[in-house]
Write a protein that binds this ligand. Structure first.
Ligand SMILES: Cc1cc2nc3c(=O)[nH]c(=O)nc-3n(C[C@H](O)[C@H](O)[C@H](O)COP(=O)(O)O)c2cc1C
Length: 346
């Protein structure tokens, strides 16, 4: 399937279906010499892992990442890093009812139309399960970014239009009604160097948008003040520059750390909206693969809201994108080339 890889120098390819034996990622372009063990993935994977809590699907997965290649004696070797995550708790029978009908709001119709066949078990490749592999790749990117003092945080800010911390009653009600809720995730990249991002088509904001919109159920991305800028004045939206200890910084950060597609050195701020989970149990109208109108009730195990499980996915994709953009930037100036190679002694 085309479209399963992302990144130019630091490049991730994910593979596998929700109900296949395993899913995984191949990460190419990781520099040699990075200490890497399976424990490095655990804190990231734990944040995405289904935990059967009120905000999560009841599917149980250990989500332990196994390193198959690219690491020798605890260090990356510069060769492709192959990562494997077992699928353990598939209930494929739950999905036989949707084998020949299209779930409203899901990818079923698109996959069937495009390929003529589809792995309907758990949504196959369009499942949120695929994002576990991205999180594993993002854990490596984050570890490299920390070498440059860059840290990325993401949090759920709202669920169903309510502040996250107050949304549990709303979520329980939606669940009881066989429904689901939308959500918003805020992601902040701190410690960014200025000067990252390539004009014109490789703008950092454009590149981040490609990465974030590749996550299922993402419906909008705001950078900095985002959609609020439509009703702002230039004098409110512009960020004044000033000098601080020989460094040029902006006094405010309405631009979300990016101007002209190039980082300013301020925090990169992303606000990501996830639509409500499409698989809901209340009856809906749809058609079957022969085009006959029918009703559908989806019973499988589904996340009642996506943001709480996807916040770390946003973080992972931001990490991969920013690391790749930084690696691409290393050839922007002749001085960087000289500093790296210098005049050779012969
Ligand atoms: C972490 C994560 C978990 C998800 N869980 C579910 C789920 O349990 N049930 C579901 O129907 N969709 C779920 N989705 C959303 C679907 O993958 C997505 O809506 C579907 O592929 C259609 O793509 P689109 O919404 O981007 O158009 C999840 C997405 C993510 C990122």
């Amino acid at each position: 399937m085309a479209g399963s890889s992302f990144g130019t120098i630091f490049r991730i390819t994910t593979w596998g279906e929700s109900h296949g034996p395993a899913i995984g990622a191949v990460v190419d372009g990781c520099p040699a010499g990075l200490p890497l063990s399976e424990d490095d993935f655990t804190p990231f994977m734990e944040r995405r892992r289904p935990n059967a809590g009120p905000m999560s699907t009841a599917r149980r997965e250990g989500d332990r990442v196994q390193i198959l290649s690219g690491v020798f004696e605890g260090m990356t070797t510069g060769t492709p890093i192959s990562l494997l995550i077992q699928n353990a708790d598939q209930h494929s029978a739950d999905y036989s009812a949707i084998a020949s009908v299209f779930r409203p709001g899901h990818a079923d119709f698109g996959f069937r139309t495009k390929y003529g066949v589809r792995d309907y078990r758990g949504g196959g490749r369009s499942s949120g399960r695929e994002t576990a592999a991205r999180v594993a790749g993002g854990a490596i990117a984050s570890k490299i970014l920390r070498e440059a003092g860059i840290t990325i945080r993401s949090e759920v800010v709202s669920v169903g239009g309510e502040p996250f911390a107050e949304a549990l009653p709303l979520l329980k009600k939606a669940r009881a009604e066989g429904d689901s809720l939308g959500s918003e995730v805020l992601c902040t990249v701190h410690g960014m160097p200025a000067g990252i991002g390539d004009p014109v088509f490789g703008k950092l904001d454009a590149y981040l948008a490609e990465a974030i919109f590749s996550i299922g159920a993402v419906k909008s991305l705001d950078i900095g003040d985002g959609r609020l800028t439509a009703s702002m004045k230039g004098s409110e939206n512009n960020d004044p520059f000033r000098s601080e200890n020989g460094r040029i910084i902006t006094e405010t950060n309405h631009c979300g750390g990016i101007l002209g597609g190039i980082s300013t050195g301020g925090d990169v701020i992303l606000r990501v909206c996830f639509k409500p989970t499409p698989s809901i149990s209340r009856p809906q109208k749809t058609v079957d693969t022969d085009g006959n109108e029918t009703d559908i009730e989806i019973h499988g195990r589904h996340d009642p809201v996506i943001g709480p499980r996807a916040a770390v996915v946003v973080e992972a994709m931001a990490a991969i994108t920013i690391l790749d953009a930084m690696m691409l930037n290393m050839t922007a100036k002749l001085s960087s080339f000289r500093a790296f190679y210098g005049p050779q002694e012969h």
